[in-house]
Write a protein that binds this ligand. Sequence first.
Ligand code: SAM
Length: 278
Amino acid sequence: MAATHETSFPERNQGWFKEQLTEVNQPIRRLLEGYSNIPTSEVVSHVNNIREQGFAANPYPCIGLYRFTLLTLLDHPLYGTIVQRLKQADTSYLDVGCCFGQDLRQLVFDGVPSQHLTGLDVAQPLMELGYELFLDRHLLHSEFLVADVFLGSTQTAWKRLEERGIDVVHCSAFFHLFPLEQQIAAARQIARLLKKGGIIVGRQIGSCKPGDVPAIQEKSYSYRHDVSTFDDMWRIVGEETQTKWRVEGTLDMVGINPDSPVENEDSRRLLFTITRLQ
Ligand SMILES: C[S@@+](CC[C@H](N)C(=O)[O-])C[C@H]1O[C@@H](n2cnc3c(N)ncnc32)[C@H](O)[C@@H]1O
């Protein structure tokens, strides 16, 4: 598997361990001050402190490079629609590979009832750190489930999600961790969770030249899509699960740094919406 709990190459992991921040972006500052009530003067050191602990637990580039401070769902063209939809009774949101759960907290800050929202990750320590980052362990009524996407409904928690059905799945910086075959396997499991008319939204590192790139775990690969290959993937998933999907997406340079150790000149941000039609 291309995702990593791999800590045996600390010198390699340091390639995506950015020096400490001296300021954070405005949206995450607003969230940490307004939702978590962290004093203005303590926000930066608080974020730096959580980043250290998170990277020690699991050395992902999204942690080392502070990408968790970018509230990408907020950037999605459907954000306002998603907030309105999730304010309705009996609606549900699942953040797959939620890590610290920053986008889930933004939804709560914007008025979505927290009991409509669920986070899911294979790494419990990262979800625990989410409570530390947002200081809401005793306030938030969202569920956080420890589960492995690839094991699907063999896990009780996942089976419950399948039975309930999900309206909005957020899936950011997740598929791009894996080779194409594994992405298809993961998408097959996620597809089974969506209600008809439900959507999967997110962003990941894409490429204007789709194909394999070295993954963060040594000697493994992950596949980077453009909109057309992502559409092909969901067509295969549809055929395999007797469902039908519409894929919409854009490639842009937002948050992309071609000089970063995990990107290159072909890298793009792939921002997507996948709608379950049947
Ligand atoms: C690169 S991080 C992205 C975190 C977050 N979605 C974001 O955009 O900031 C990928 C997350 O997926 C989780 N993950 C990796 N493999 C998984 C699996 N098989 N099942 C569930 N979660 C997984 C990791 O633990 C990690 O928190």
